[in-house]
Design a protein around this ligand. Structure first.
Ligand code: 6R9
Length: 664
């Protein structure tokens, strides 16, 4: 979701001394638990080591993997094109699967898979995974897939999804996973852009207590994709599927394959996968990742940020594998580390709103990684739901996807983590491939809402409009100054767009499109997309700070704010809020919340309007789409709604604004 037009952002080009206001003051601190700190995988010395010699630090991280041939050059940097571990050769699937079996851990569980229908579960050991991946690799070879070919994967959250990805990685084919909620047009565009010759899908998956079909969408998409030679179909729901002459059932083809396959080593810089960003507008960008650097950083960060102890931890990342979080922290990072993970197919409210906590209790999850959108939903549903479950197994909690409001962080810490577990707020992107900015659970005295410091080996900074570092207490643009192993290598088929989108705003720096501030202690706070920044009476105010102030009111579960044109102040702040389950909507809630924001952040940030709404528009990966709220607030007809999860939400919101009309 990086900007299409670098140069948009705080200041709108008309720069004053202040790039982005720093309004929110937060004094709460959470020290790492002493026992965790004493046994932590990574200690404070890692920062010094990486500081002394960044490349040597990443070499040591790469040495955690098994290489067929060691690299001769750690980094080849022809800005903005990076190559890591040049000359090195490895097989990513071997690293994720076979080497654990060879080390005697074949009986260890790789995945506890939990289907949405209760009681529908599967346990997959590393030996099972080795056999399944080998069979799938042999099947792809039989279908004519060769090294470098692209395979589109459009599957629900079932074991065949990671198995398919690993089968591609094993033979050197490039996977392009398309989130199972995307439309036929979106799927077709992605198949075309990557020129995929095989599509792997299923009849359907389970969602909200019902089978939800996938195959008809694939049929519609591939009808217009002559380059697709085969469609490999997993039977999951048993729904009727229309058969075409390109279709082949997974159980017919894969089940009869040999479960032996010898992985060959691939170049560290051979493509591993393409993943289209969850961008809100424009042609999707195919973010290209390669094997060696990507696996190095996902594996290192996963054991560092979650303090993973593979022998004892049970880890659960609730993301969909269709997003980068699932690629890096359900599939590649955890498997490279030999972890035991849980994969859950369904939604958090099926068959009841305690499903997540029931899963935590059932598998005795120790490490949990989820998103602010989910945490705010749980806050809205009420504290009594998680209270019914035994979650004493948990020891580290993670957050990713959006800035986490301090109040949501504290709620997560208290109601899920029993005030015992550190919360790590991890900032990164599809483009960065792996976590970049995050606390370390055994080192950092964390502040609620702050991603804190760049991880060892990462040179992130906050700069002003001219690209100069802002002093402590200042806000501006987040940038990365040095290449990192898991960075995107380019946009698939479009080097120029890669240069324009990420490397043109600031000379020699990667610009992710996010705003940030560096507080008085030098710690980093992410402030949302710079395109969303509001310009009120000459001040650049981030949506994040105002939203966090609203969420800090006991009646508010979730908030989204936008700047709407205002004759007096340039832009005025319009807020959309969802109340907590326990709060009643009263006539004076608007006045109460406006006063609360003014008191928390100062009068400059006081919203002009507060609208209580039942839902907020979100992307399919759960990020608030402020652009559409801006359309509502400014009485415009709605822009592109194709990436919205549920377009009826916009009608519900428009009804709340008497003067606004939605033409959706
Ligand atoms: C991993 C992922 C990337 C964008 C990113 C930023 C936002 C993600 C965040 C965060 C604040 C965090 N974002 N994590 N903002 N704090 N901890 O989400 O990838 O789907 O590509 O989105 O998400 O705006 O630029 P992706």
């Amino acid at each position: 979701m990086a900007p299409e037009t670098p140069g948009h952002g705080p200041g709108g080009g008309n720069q004053t001394q202040e790039t982005l206001s720093n309004l929110l003051q937060e004094t709460r601190r959470f020290e790492p638990p002493a026992d965790l700190a004493a046994a932590a995988n990574v200690t404070a010395s890692a920062y010094d080591e990486a500081q002394r010699d960044r490349l040597a630090f990443w070499e040591r991280a790469a040495e955690r993997l098994s290489w067929a041939d060691r690299w001769d050059t750690t980094l080849e940097w022809n800005p903005p094109f990076a190559k890591w571990f040049v000359g090195g050769r490895l097989n990513v699937a071997y690293n994720c699967v076979d080497r654990h079996v060879e080390a005697g851990n074949g009986g260890k569980v790789a995945y506890h898979w939990e289907g949405e229908p209760e009681g529908d579960s599967r346990t997959i050991t590393y030996s099972d995974l080795q056999r399944e991946v080998s069979k799938a690799a042999n099947a792809l070879l039989e279908l004519g897939v060769r090294k470098g070919d692209r395979v589109a994967i459009y599957l629900p959250m079932i074991p065949e999804l990671p198995i398919s990805m690993l089968a591609c990685a094993r033979i050197g084919a490039v996977h392009s996973v398309v989130f199972g909620g995307f439309s036929a047009t979106a799927l077709k565009n992605r198949i075309d852009d990557a020129d995929a010759k095989v599509v792997i899908t299923a009849d359907g998956g389970y969602r909200r207590n019902a089978p939800s079909a996938l195959k008809p969408t694939v049929d519609e998409a591939v009808a217009e994709c002559p380059q697709v030679e085969h469609v490999l179909v997993v039977r999951r729901t048993g729904q009727e599927v229309g058969a075409t002459d390109r279709d082949v059932w997974w159980h017919d083809l894969v089940d009869r394959q040999s479960d032996q396959h010898t992985p060959e080593a691939h170049d560290a810089e051979d493509p591993l996968y393409i993943l289209y960003t969850s961008g809100t507008t424009g042609k999707p960008k195919g973010i290209l990742h390669t094997g060696g650097g990507y696996l190095t950083q996902t594996a290192w960060t996963h054991q560092a940020v979650f303090d993973l102890k593979p022998e004892t931890d049970i880890y659960w990342c609730t993301a969909d594998i269709g997003w980068v979080t699932g690629h890096s922290y359900i599939v590649y990072g955890p498997l490279a580390n030999g972890a035991t993970s849980v994969i859950y197919e369904g939604t958090p409210d099926t068959p009841h709103r305690g499903r997540f906590w029931e899963i935590v209790q059932k598998y005795k999850i120790t490490l949990l990684y989820t998103a602010p959108t989910a945490i705010r939903t749980f806050m809205k549903w009420g504290d009594d739901i998680p209270a019914k479950f035994d979650m004493s197994s948990l020891r580290v909690l993670g957050s990713v996807g959006e800035p986490i409001n301090p109040e949501a962080y504290v709620w997560y810490r208290e109601h899920i983590g029993g005030n015992r577990c550190p919360v790590v707020d991890t900032w990164w992107q599809t483009e960065t491939g792996a976590i970049m900015i995050s606390p370390l659970p055994g080192v950092t005295a964390a502040k609620p809402g702050a991603a804190m410091r760049p991880l060892p080996g990462i040179s992130a900074d906050v700069v002003d409009d001219q690209g100069n570092s802002v002093p402590n207490g200042g806000g501006g643009f987040l940038v990365v100054r040095e290449p990192w192993p898991a960075m995107l290598r380019t946009i698939w088929g479009d080097d120029q767009r890669y240069i324009d989108t990420y490397w043109s705003r600031f000379e020699g720096m990667y610009f992710p499109g996010d705003g940030a501030k560096r507080d008085e202690d030098g710690d980093l706070w992410l402030l949302g997309r710079v395109d969303d920044v509001m310009l009120v009476s000459g001040h650049n105010i981030s949506t994040t700070e105002v939203e966090s102030a609203l969420v800090s009111h006991p009646k508010v579960a979730e908030a989204a704010v936008v700047g709407a044109t205002d004759p007096v102040t340039g832009q005025a702040i319009v807020s959309f809020v969802i109340l907590r389950g326990s709060a009643e909507e009263s006539d004076d809630i608007g006045a109460e919340l406006r006063a609360h924001v003014a008191k928390t952040l100062g009068p400059i940030a006081k919203p002009r309007q507060i609208l209580v709404v039942p839902e907020l528009p979100k992307t399919r990966s759960g990020k608030i789409m402020r652009r559409l709220l801006r359309d509502v607030a400014e009485n415009r007809s709605l822009g592109d709604v194709t990436t919205l999860t549920d377009s009826s939400v916009m009608n519900l919101i428009s009804e709340k604004l008497p003067s606004a009309k939605s033409e959706d």
